[in-house]
Design a protein around this ligand. Structure first.
Ligand code: NAD
Length: 320
């Protein structure tokens, strides 16, 4: 990694900011491209000023040019929270399609390896459980979530076409729900919402009857998996996620207990096409990358709650 130069698209977002940090720690130079649609320079402000780090405001759907050597492109630009992508449907389709085209063009021009951040959402509301990489998915192409799911499915197809027809060195990682410090308290994803509500003593809003399941992976584990894939010559697609599966109701109760909160749980309407179950089969990641998650949900959630506690206090004092 030392001596290499890496472009991280979406580098000012939740996952991207950790990637920038870890790559710099490994001695790489990092160019972070972001239009700050759902991310913020604040996520990487601790890196600004390091000689090996460059933050460039850039919309990946427009013209993209990075002068000089590039060895690796980590293509992470895209809204990821349902609230974000439903608010920005066209932008999400554009970054998944045109943004991915430009990221692949950059990798092809520079002879760099590209890792596409895909998602467990390509499996849709799965009819196979747990989900293996060989499963093709069950996605409604005209449902509200399709702007994200289909954009990522197209991005996977485009990445595969570049690999097969142009010989570009590519890899696809299908990331399952990842959480940790630096998520936005109001980004609409379940974990930040539950933590915020628990800490503020508000009702914890669980959708449907709460029996739908998710498998949650702590951010450090996800980043380890992405970097292991980047370091390998494996094309994937490969699942990166923690198979520890729990119902949303159990997740809400666990968060409430860890936060020492007495918030009631309130059941609210379930979003359209919300998947009933979600659990990665991680056999392939273990075999090909020697990767497995290490942080159990209680430890990861405790760390995340501690961070949110500081973050929410900070915003209260900043507002007063
Ligand atoms: P995030 O919203 O925090 O980060 C996405 C970043 O991309 C933001 O900084 C945003 O400003 C940037 N961006 C969006 N459109 C852009 C454009 N046109 N040009 C340049 N930058 C643009 O989300 P995240 O959770 O960090 O997710 C990062 C990536 O990982 C996404 O591609 C997402 O699909 C994928 N992923 C994340 C998860 C998860 O649980 N966090 C799960 C599966 C897949």
């Amino acid at each position: 990694m030392k001596g290499s130069r890496v472009v991280v698209t979406g580098g000012a977002g939740f996952l991207g900011s950790y990637l920038c940090e870890r790559l710099l720690g490994r001695g790489a130079a990092v160019v972070c491209l972001d239009n700050f649609l759902t991310g913020s320079p604040r996520n990487v402000e601790h890196l600004i000023g390091r000689p090996a780090f460059r933050l460039v405001e850039c919309d990946l759907t427009g013209f993209v040019h990075v002068p000089g050597q590039v060895d690796l492109v980590l293509h992470f630009a895209s809204a990821a929270s349902p609230a974000d992508y439903l608010r920005h449907p066209i932008e999400t389709l554009k970054v998944g399609s045109m943004g991915t085209l430009h990221a692949l063009g950059l990798a092809a021009e520079k002879g760099a390896r590209l890792v596409l951040a895909s998602t467990s959402e390509v499996y849709g509301d799965p009819l196979e459980h747990p989900q293996k990489e060989t499963y093709w998915g069950n996605v409604n192409p005209v449902g509200p979530r399709s702007v994200y799911d289909e954009a990522k499915r197209f991005a996977e197809s485009l990445t595969t076409a570049y690999r097969n027809s142009r010989g570009t060195d590519t890899a696809i990682v299908r990331i399952f729900n990842t959480y940790g410090p630096r998520m936005r308290p109001y980004d609409g994803r379940a974990i930040p919402t539950f933590i915020r509500q628990a800490l503020l003593g508000e009702p914890i809003t669980v959708t449907g009857d709460g029996t739908q399941t998710r498998s949650i992976c702590y951010v450090d584990d996800t980043i380890d998996g992405v970097l292991a894939l980047a370091d390998s010559d494996f094309a994937g697609p490969v699942n990166i996620g923690n198979p520890a599966e729990m119902s949303m109701a159990a997740l809400a109760e666990t968060i409430r207990d860890l936060a020492g909160s007495s918030s009631p749980v309130r059941f609210v309407e379930r979003p359209v096409d919300d998947p009933a179950v979600r659990r990665p089969d991680t056999t392939l990641a273990e075999e090909r990358l020697g990767w497995r998650p290490r942080v159990d949900p209680v430890t990861g959630l405790r760390r995340t709650i501690d961070w949110f506690e500081k973050e929410l206090n900070l915003s209260c004092s900043a507002a007063s």
